[in-house]
Design a protein around this ligand. Structure first.
Ligand code: AMP
Ligand code: MN
Ligand code: MN
Ligand code: MN
Length: 282
């Protein structure tokens, strides 16, 4: 049975294809009963999504996915049940978003060096009013026939050592976890299987994250394989962390997975929602 909870997805506020109300309607159609919207570095979609969820009769959880730099690597920390009106968190995210534009210009300059002109302007146009991300550059590169799909873009471009990659300093881990916590939220390490950390650094990360007040890790996500569900269930247990679950849906053709297909958590996990009132609706 697929899970009826989804605690990780994106709207047009960041790099998703559906507006917040469209995303909620899609979740409803896919059988989701409890949904969190977790746009990158932006809480601007939460109000509209919550309103739509209320109309459709599903439960909505405020969320955000914060870009973090830890040991020179980019990690993503999901905040669940964050308060979108908590000023220190809002201000810190404003700062991250400002940095994104400067980074995007440099990405455009780097792509121009390999003969790809107008990438910044093109990606900016696709992003419209949302923040600018590598996903928007990927869509520009696909539209202009530099790659056949998003997946192949991230093999040839925009990743370390390839054209269009720019090193960037995001929020630090302690700040992200602390801001989430102080806003009344729960910090979750997003898709830990994607960071290529090695065992020592992975354990160091879990330890450090917990010491700042981090609560959970994503065990089941659209970007983990089933063996990774088991691997991270064990790590969660070992570090006394709860487990989260989310599709990381961005829209058809730009995501690992659609909503409503994702497996339930392995049995030995403590769900991050185990003490939430929303759990009664699952
Ligand atoms: P940014 O935050 O600007 O670095 O953009 C990161 C986003 O790019 C992620 O949230 C994904 O949506 C997308 N992305 C990164 N790597 C891949 C990949 N290998 N395949 C598809 N999308 C990716
Ligand atoms: Mn994304
Ligand atoms: Mn992510
Ligand atoms: Mn995501």
């Amino acid at each position: 049975m697929p899970a009826t909870i989804d605690l990780h997805c994106h709207s047009t506020i960041s790099d998703g294809l559906f507006s917040p109300p469209e995303l909620v309607a899609h979740a409803v159609q896919r059988g989701i009963k409890v949904l969190a919207l977790t746009d990158h570095d932006d809480m601007g979609g939460l109000e509209a999504a919550r309103e739509a969820a209320l109309q459709h009769g599903i439960r909505f959880v405020n969320g955000v996915e914060i870009s973090v730099t830890w040991k020179k690597r980019t990690l993503h920390i999901v905040g669940l049940k964050v308060d979108p009106n908590y000023v220190p968190l809002k201000n810190a995210l404003d700062l991250v978003r400002t940095g994104r534009d400067e980074r995007a210009r440099e990405m455009g300059d780097d792509l121009a060096r390999v003969g790809i002109q107008g990438a910044y302007e093109g990606a900016k146009k696709i992003a419209a009013n949302s923040i600018i991300t590598r996903t928007h550059f990927a869509r520009f590169l696909v539209d202009n026939k530099h790659a056949k799909d998003t997946k192949s873009v991230f093999k040839k471009y925009l990743v370390k050592g390839k054209p269009g990659f720019v090193e960037h300093q995001w929020m630090d881990l302690e700040t992200a976890v602390t801001l989430i916590k102080d806003s009344g939220g729960i910090a979750v390490i997003a898709h830990p299987g994607r960071y290529d950390l090695g065992m020592i650094n992975m354990h160091l990360l879990m330890h450090e994250f917990r010491s700042y007040g981090g609560v959970a890790i994503e065990v089941v996500t659209g970007s983990h394989t089933p063996p990774q569900y088991q691997q991270f269930a064990k790590i969660a247990h070992r570090f006394s962390l709860k487990s989260s679950l989310g599709s990381d849906f961005h829209g058809h053709g730009v995501s690992y997975m659609d909503m409503g297909y994702i497996s339930e958590l392995p049995e030995n996990c403590v769900p991050v929602w185990d003490d939430w009132e929303e759990a009664a609706y699952l």
